[in-house]
Design a protein around this ligand. Structure first.
Ligand code: ADP
Ligand code: MG
Length: 131
């Protein structure tokens, strides 16, 4: 699927059919992963602005019925205590968990979670693939 602009990426997140409580986002820095999460937050009625959790690794946003938990394990070889935190949050079916740079925690993700791949095109558009 082709996403032509930041606005379209927000819309994509806003309308995304959440079929699994765990969504893994794959794509280079600046691909639009966090932008997608912003759209998702809108869908979940979260008013608080979503910002990249790079330094804190995770950020949590309470929505109307679900809680959005956004992880970013960028360049973290050993997730340490954050792996326990993720494991704990995976147990709660009210959590929608979105993960950027999941390499170090791949083993603990449920088998049938959603994977979204985002790739740059030359013209600022993005190619999005859902698995
Ligand atoms: P990531 O989390 O993957 O590192 P971000 O979502 O933080 O990426 O940043 C993506 C950047 O690319 C934003 O500044 C956004 O405005 C810009 N952008 C330009 N075109 C698009 C597009 N088609 N889809 C998503 N983001 C886009
Ligand atoms: Mg990001």
């Amino acid at each position: 699927m082709k996403i032509n602009s930041e606005q379209e990426m927000l819309e994509f997140g806003k309308n995304f059919d959440i079929t699994s409580n765990v969504i893994e986002l794959i794509g280079d820095v600046g691909a639009g992963k966090t932008t997608f999460v912003r759209g998702l937050a809108e869908q979940l009625n979260i008013k608080e602005p979503v910002t990249s959790p790079s330094f804190t690794i995770s950020k949590s946003y309470a929505g109307k019925t679900k809680t959005l938990i956004h992880y970013d394990f960028y360049r973290l070889e050993d997730p340490g205590i954050m792996q326990e935190d993720l494991l704990e949050n995976l147990k709660n079916p009210n959590n929608i968990i979105v993960i950027e740079w999941s390499d170090s925690v791949k083993d603990i993700l449920p088998e049938n979670h959603t994977i979204i791949n985002i790739k740059y095109n030359d013209d600022n558009s993005r190619e999005v693939e859902i698995q």
